[in-house]
Design a protein around this ligand. Structure first.
Ligand code: SF4
Length: 178
């Protein structure tokens, strides 16, 4: 049995601008360091364009082939990325899940690397959405995020006035005039 790595109990101070390498350290649990596959049984991680490039190279196929065979689109806040196909819908094992764990562990998607059940998990999700799904140049994306903020708080840097400091521009975006 793989031992769980000890993680600090205190809550981290994650903001939208916390660098990726720091965020990765905070996600450092069996999910990332070792080959725990509990989440991979019923969901898959968001995959960024740079991940696709790396995975395609690792598997020795083209990005187009990779996307076509192994990935589905995922859209949040009006931004679309990819994620590994699941073998059953809507929740099923990841197409890259083998009997000994993730078969692309060395090059697994950023969303998988940052997926964590530790005490930072919720903030890590927020960080991911804010950095990779919420597009401050897309009014629809900002409007959808504004909706989300009506029901839940966010990490520092994720408030509307922080994302779009120009008050007039923000007003127009929210009214659908941009
Ligand atoms: S790519 Fe690997 S880590 Fe990510 S969901 Fe699939 S099996 Fe799990």
């Amino acid at each position: 049995m793989i031992p769980c790595r000890e993680v600090p109990k205190e809550a981290a101070h994650i903001t939208k601008s916390t660098p990726l390498n720091v965020v990765e350290e905070l996600a450092d649990t069996p999910c990332r360091s070792h080959k725990c596959t509990k989440c991979c049984e019923y969901g898959t991680g968001t995959t960024l364009p740079e991940d696709l490039k790396r995975i395609a190279h690792h598997l020795g196929i083209t990005e187009a082939e990779l996307k076509d065979k192994y990935f589905d689109p995922i859209t949040k806040y009006n931004t679309t990325h990819s994620r590994p196909k699941m073998l059953k819908q809507p929740y099923g094992p990841c197409t890259f899940l083998g009997k000994d764990g993730c078969t692309i562990h060395e090059v697994k998607p950023t969303g998988c690397r940052l997926s964590s059940w530790n005490q930072h998990g919720e903030q890590l999700n927020e960080w991911f959405d804010l950095n990779y799904f919420v597009d401050v140049n897309d009014a629809e994306s900002v409007r959808q995020w504004a909706q989300r903020l009506k029901f839940s708080s966010t990490i520092p840097g994720g408030q509307l006035h922080e994302l779009v400091p120009d008050k007039e521009k923000l007003k127009k975006m929210l009214k659908g005039e941009e």
